[in-house]
Design a protein around this ligand. Structure first.
Ligand SMILES: Nc1ncnc2c1ncn2[C@@H]1O[C@H](COP(=O)(O)OP(=O)(O)OP(=O)(O)O)[C@@H](O)[C@H]1O
Length: 222
């Protein structure tokens, strides 16, 4: 279980904290969803959980173990918003092995199967894949490193309706084996697979029922 206790992030450059007294518990093998508007602190929260920024006060635990930001760099896998913009490998295989040339073919095949890319040719350029396939590859790049928690920043942003649906289906299947935490301003299909849901506003996190997140959206459509 991932536990955050009274987490605060207040960099010296800002007059107000960006994250305020965050408390959260996400059990293993569940899908957690944080929903909030632009600028509410969603990406910052993920950056702290990925060990890319250090919180100012409070505690982060995995089970009973307190985590430093060095632990977090090893335990968490972060899939950035629009991850396809960060692909560096010339081929799928290169992308998966970046920084980890020791990864064997059985691990490569297993992870591609897990994300629904079992049929992809390893010599294919990542940029030649469809938008939905590129998102799957970005998930595989993190999963092959066996993170304890997979962090997703706006995982369905920029995808069309059908690809969003398919990706939400895949994330729903991944939680059989992995713990996932996604942040988004537009929950859409992700609500249906969320086990735990929070809203975030101006750095304040509040636990909410998924239906409560869906309701304002439904109202805005009428
Ligand atoms: N290191 C920093 N120093 C100063 N301000 C920062 C820092 N990091 C983030 N911010 C500010 O904190 C606020 C939250 O940013 P963040 O990117 O986490 O929001 P977000 O909810 O992910 O927004 P979006 O959906 O638009 O990406 C913003 O106002 C941002 O400008």
């Amino acid at each position: 279980m991932l536990k955050l206790q009274n987490l605060v992030y207040h960099p010296p450059a800002t007059s107000e904290p960006i994250l305020r007294d965050i408390n959260m518990q996400l059990p293993a093998k569940q899908f957690g969803l944080v929903v909030g508007p632009s600028g509410s602190g969603k990406t910052t929260l993920l950056e702290i959980l990925a060990g890319l920024a250090e919180h100012s006060s409070g505690h982060i635990f995995w089970g009973e173990q307190p985590l430093t930001f060095l632990h977090l760099q090893q335990l968490a896998g972060l899939v950035f918003q629009f991850p396809e913009r960060h692909f560096c490998g010339d081929t799928i295989l290169e992308e998966l092995r970046l920084g980890h040339p020791e990864l064997g073919m059985s691990q490569v095949r297993k992870v591609l199967q897990e994300v629904g890319l079992a049929e992809a040719r390893l010599a294919t350029a990542p940029h030649a894949l469809s938008g939905g396939q590129q998102r799957r590859l970005a998930l595989a790049v993190q999963l092959i490193r066996q993170p304890s928690i997979l962090l997703l920043d706006e995982p369905t942003a920029g995808l069309d309706w059908s690809m969003r649906r398919q990706l939400a289906g895949l994330l729903g299947r991944l939680k059989q084996h992995w713990t996932l935490l996604a942040v988004t301003h537009d929950p859409g299909d992700l609500l249906a697979i969320a086990d735990c849901c929070w809203s975030i506003n101006q750095g304040e996190l509040r636990s909410v029922a998924p239906a409560e997140v869906a309701r304002p959206l439904a109202r805005s459509l009428t």
